[in-house]
Write a protein that binds this ligand. Structure first.
Ligand code: XMP
Length: 508
């Protein structure tokens, strides 16, 4: 399989660059700038992309790389900091620009294989304070802006290209074309990264790795573990056991939906461990949000480890880890690199033959595409994120059986109305929250003193920031009316109109 290396110098868009390359049907992997040159040489990349970075190339503590990388005979594209770094490595001059450029800027290009099918003038996204003040010997300027005389340069003979702007962001009008040109005109890729062939080769690999042994997978009902289960089932069928730990904190009827889907769709052993009562016992009297999360997380795995112990160390342990969980960041922070792996620590007495992570090369959108191709229902593949601790972080204060039931009922009404009104796919996430608050109301001729329900609905691209969703008043009115009528014990419904930041999406 042809591969492109995205060499990460700490820029904020490094994952986006790799995703855009993959959108062009070419596999891309990210390595930190600390990766050694021998590894890079051995991997026989079709091309290398240097990412942006927050630093100045003259800052001694900023990330650099051995000059040898430019002599491997592999085409290179430098972006932003990566562009300046190439100039610096090749003996050009980089200095503080008289005018820093941020945002959309008009670019004028000259002829270059990098700019095929791009008009002479277009808009690009810039974000820089340094610029190339003098290009290295052997390089020619191929683009400029009013304040940046060298917005792109090339050394055609060596196959080295550099752009000061960010082609990976959608604000750059022809950014996609720039990346396409680099991959196909310059690196001569064929475009062999397609999900069908991924499934075929992943299945073959899993078959070879697992042989006649057993595999156990913890199924949360989320997208990643569901797709991992689908792939494993296709590879080894009944040798896989999916353990679905139902902690009693899922949405209404969700546990049954997961069980029904997996038992009807796939050839596999399915074990549902119902431990709602056990979790409630562990959570009794606990109100601190962090402690609640900790208990739920720890107990989830305790239940799961018990299932693995039953295999007596003779099987494999599979996880739905995806690529963003595995990427080592280029920020050189070794401690962070270790902990951000989504790989749990196993207790000493839990033994298994090895860990299998069939999705470790995929981004979330690729996982979804694989899920669709495996025939997993859209409802599961495109479901909105649901936090690991489930409704536990949507019940403020102590969690009780009654509160879980009340929240499930209210949430089911909201889901029903969103779906009926076509809002399900327009919102990134929506749910109900049960705060530890009672208010006075009046129903019939009686005074009531009952629970409050909060509706939270957001739109977002990446969940790092989010806007509260502008759901029409008449739909909100219907939801409110139905919740107060159908859910006994709720006499008031409020709508959360806070974005993230300053709030978070979840409440705890
Ligand atoms: P916040 O509340 O941090 O949430 O704005 C951002 C996104 O992450 C989800 N979320 C979680 N997902 N385990 C998860 O798998 C968790 O513990 C967790 N907490 C929050 C949240 O639903 C939102 O989509």
């Amino acid at each position: 399989m042809e591969k492109i290396l995205v060499l990460d110098f700490g820029g904020q868009y490094n994952q986006l660059i790799a995703r855009r390359v993959r959108d062009n049907r070419v596999f891309a992997e990210i390595l930190p700038y600390t990766a050694d040159i021998e590894t890079i040489r051995k991997n026989k990349y079709k091309g290398i992309i240097f990412t942006g970075g927050p630093n100045s190339v003259y800052d001694m503590s900023s990330p650099h790389y051995s000059r040898e990388i430019l002599d491997l005979g592999v085409p290179v594209l430098g972006i932003c900091y990566g562009c300046q770094l190439i100039s610096f490595m090749e003996g050009g001059e980089v200095s503080t620009a008289p005018v820093s450029e941020y945002g959309k800027i008009e670019l004028t290009i000259n002829t270059s294989p990098l700019f095929d099918n791009i008009p002479e003038k277009s808009v690009v996204w810039m974000s820089h304070t340094d610029y190339i003040s003098s290009v290295p010997e052997g390089y020619e300027v191929i683009a400029s802006t009013p304040d940046c005389p060298c917005a792109a340069m090339q050394n055609k003979r060596k196959g080295i290209y550099a752009v000061q702007f960010h082609p990976e962001v959608t604000h750059s009008e022809y950014g996609e074309q720039v990346l396409y040109n680099f991959l196909y005109n310059i690196c001569h890729c064929k475009g062999d990264w397609v999900m069908d062939s991924f499934i075929d080769s992943a299945v073959e690999k899993l078959k070879a790795q697992i042989g006649d042994k057993q595999v156990i997978l913890g199924l949360s009902g989320g997208v990643d573990s569901s797709v991992a289960a689908g792939l494993l089932s296709r590879a080894v069928g009944k040798q896989i056991t999916c353990v679905f730990v139902d902690q009693g904190l899922m949405r209404k009827d969700e546990g049954d939906f997961v069980e029904k889907t997996f038992t009807s769709l796939f050839d596999m052993n399915f074990v549902r461990v119902n431990c709602g009562e056990y979790f409630l016992e562990k959570l009794k009297g606990v109100t601190d949000p962090e402690q609640k999360r900790k208990i739920i997380g720890t107990e989830f795995f305790n239940v799961f480890w018990n299932e693995i112990r039953k295999q007596n160390g003779k099987g494999y342990f599979a996880q739905g880890t995806i690529y963003p969980d595995c990427i080592e960041s280029g920020k050189g922070d070794a401690d962070v690199i270790k902990t951000h792996h989504n790989r749990v620590k196993t207790p000493d007495d839990v033994e298994f033959l090895g860990i299998i992570e069939p999705l470790a090369d995929l981004f979330k959108d690729e996982v979804r595409r694989v899920g669709e191709k495996l025939g997993i229902p859209r409802e599961l593949v495109w479901r909105q994120p649901f936090p690991g601790p489930g409704l536990g972080v949507r019940i403020i204060g102590e969690i009780t059986k009654e509160k879980v039931k009340l929240l499930q009922e209210a949430d089911a009404v909201l889901r029903d109305e969103m779906s009926k009104n076509g809002y399900e796919s327009r919102l990134s996430q929506f749910f109900c929250v049960l705060p530890d608050v009672k208010t006075v109301g009046v129903m019939g001729d009686h005074r009531t003193y009952e629970n409050l329900i909060i509706i939270r609905a957001v739109t977002t691209d990446d969940f790092m920031t989010a806007d509260w969703a502008k759901i029409p008043y008449d739909i909100l009115a219907k939801v409110s009316n139905r919740i107060t009528n159908e859910c006994k014990g709720i006499n008031r419904v409020v709508y959360d109109i806070t974005s993230k930041p300053p709030a978070t999406v979840e409440y705890e």
